[in-house]
Design a protein around this ligand. Structure first.
Ligand code: SF4
Length: 383
């Protein structure tokens, strides 16, 4: 397959994307418009607030001072919330901003700090009782914070949330902990394959970049339930290099591996014909309350937002479509209505990708949670 010559590096997230579906990874490198999500923004706010608090210098403060941490947490979250909101609102592909989720960001930071405290003798202490001296002690176990790592050959990169000195009850080091802060849904029992791969990657990349390391363990810190999930396993960097060799950008798209997991939240469906073919063949479910569609407009009333769409069936493997006998009525409002009006008033007459429509009987609903894009299967790299 023709390759496009370009320097590139494998990160844990790009590796995971490639393993999920090589085509998803290929599409992610096409500089297509990225989609903002509330979950990603919430994660950024918690990560950036945690990083900032852990980096503050308290050298000139009175060691006995208490009652400062809660205020600092609130100010820091508020600051990063407004920074993140601005980035989010300036991203064209986005749902609506949920102001009420700031409570979750605050809870996330509380969870992350409580996990950090649990690694010291200040476990369970109230934030209002943490003195500057206590904080200095807590901070002393952080060996690095948001450190960028790069392998000796330059092909593998990663940004480590926290490197922690693993102290015993007497304050003696038992080794290091590579800790990755997780702000999403915690696992039911054990870490999934993606998170495990990511944690072991950080562990092994750290060992390579710091040859004089002591024993290193890897942990996922889940802020929402304040629990630590450890993982262990074989050395993974050889597998990462094997993947790196297959991740060179090619002119033609690589094969896809559609699945409920990979396609579920894939943001590149408007550019990928394969999920729609899989759905048509019954390999992917079309029975979810929220689903995606590929349609043509039969009728659209701009003032009321009422529409009728006809589903388009795939033919061939390159995104070609044909009419089907399936049509449904739709009520469209919010951001989805703005998008459809823009497309309707342009010269575009082709099929549409409808992302995340809510179905209710024979009717579908689209709103701030949905998106409408021209159906544009990408069959050759535009890099
Ligand atoms: S929609 Fe599914 S098959 Fe297509 S790129 Fe995304 S994950 Fe792969």
């Amino acid at each position: 397959m023709a390759e496009i010559s370009e320097e590139y590096q494998l990160s844990p997230s790009s590796w995971n994307r490639f393993e999920e579906c090589p085509r998803k990874y290929w599409l992610s490198r096409q500089r297509l418009p990225r989609k903002a999500s509330m979950a990603a923004s919430l994660g950024n706010v918690i990560h950036n607030s945690m990083e900032e608090i852990c980096n503050l210098d308290f050298e000139d403060y009175d060691d006995s001072k208490v009652g400062w941490l809660s205020n600092l947490m609130k100010e820091t979250i508020d600051k990063h919330w407004s920074l993140e909101k601005e980035i989010f609102l300036n991203t064209p592909r986005r749902p609506s901003w949920k102001s009420q989720s700031i409570g979750k960001a605050r809870e996330g930071l509380v969870g992350a700090l409580n996990i950090l405290f649990s690694k010291t003798r200040h476990a369970g202490k109230k934030f209002s009782e943490i003195s500057v001296k206590d904080w200095k002690e807590i901070k002393s176990i952080i060996l690095s914070n948001e450190e960028s790592l790069i392998s000796n050959d330059g092909r593998l990169i990663g940004r480590l949330d926290l490197l922690i000195d693993n102290l015993d009850e007497d304050g003696n080091s038992r080794g290091w902990i590579v800790a990755d802060l997780k702000t999403g849904k915690p696992p039911n029992s054990k870490l999934n394959e993606k998170v495990t791969r990511q944690l072991l990657f950080y562990r092994d990349l750290l060992k390579e970049t710091k040859p004089n390391h002591p024993k290193v363990s890897a942990e996922g810190w889940y802020s929402s339930n304040q629990k630590i999930y450890s993982t262990d396993g074989e050395f993974v960097l050889n597998d990462a290099i094997l993947a790196w060799n297959q991740m060179k950008l090619t002119k033609a798209p690589p094969v896809s591996t559609p699945s409920e997991d990979a396609c579920g939240f894939c943001e590149f469906k408007a550019w990928c014909p394969d999920w729609w073919i899989s759905r048509d063949r019954g390999h992917l479910s079309d029975r979810n309350t929220f689903r995606d569609e590929v349609v043509k407009i039969v009728k659209f009333d701009e003032s009321s937002g009422a529409a009728r769409f006809e589903r388009q069936s795939p033919v061939g493997s390159e995104g070609e479509l044909t009419s089907s006998e399936i049509s449904f009525g739709a009520f469209i409002k919010g951001r989805a209505l703005i998008q459809l009006k823009e497309i309707f008033s342009s010269d575009y007459e082709g099929a549409l990708f409808l992302g995340s429509v809510r179905s209710q009987g024979q009717i579908i609903h689209l709103g701030d949670w949905s998106e409408i894009l021209p159906w544009s299967p990408l069959l050759e790299s535009i890099r």
